[in-house]
Design a protein around this ligand. Sequence first.
Ligand code: HEC
Length: 151
Amino acid sequence: MKHALITALIGTSTLLASGTASAQAKPEDVIKYRKALMVMQANSVRPLAAMAKGQRPYDKDIAIRNAAILELTGKMMMETVAAGSDKGAETRAKPEIWSDAAGYKKVSDNYSAEAAKLSEAAKAGNVDALKAQIGGVIKACDSCHDAYRSK
Ligand code: HEC
């Protein structure tokens, strides 16, 4: 029974299939993944920004968890712009992501570096560093959006 369930899950999961060279994920699924990752980032960054502005009490556990999510999503960022996912569903991703892939990787790496610093500050329980670094992360979000996301 357990085995049948696992087989069924693996059999129907296009995301799992995308991990193999033979089966490429459908563009619309990659676009869905890209948007979902971004929504997760927005939801993770928002409480941290509120803490930084004093609109919400500092909570070390939430800070650590959300910063860890932001660090992790950075590592997944390039998967969400897999070749062929420039069209196939409604998207605000600009064609430059694929025509200037090195430039995109650079802003993605910059984001990852900023998110890693945020995670360090959160784990250390360093509120001042956390507050300062939230700005660095949001700047990294914006610098990618300004160049590679249409309005
Ligand atoms: C390396 C580039 C890059 C970085 C860094 C980045 N984004 Fe994005 N973001 C995009 C692209 C490209 C889109 C457009 C996705 C689409 O429409 O296919 C997008 C779309 C979004 C959306 C709209 C999602 C939707 O449902 O259509 C939100 C919200 C968002 N980003 C938030 C964030 C936040 C918050 C951060 C930082 C914590 C961030 N992004 C960092 C490239 C980036």
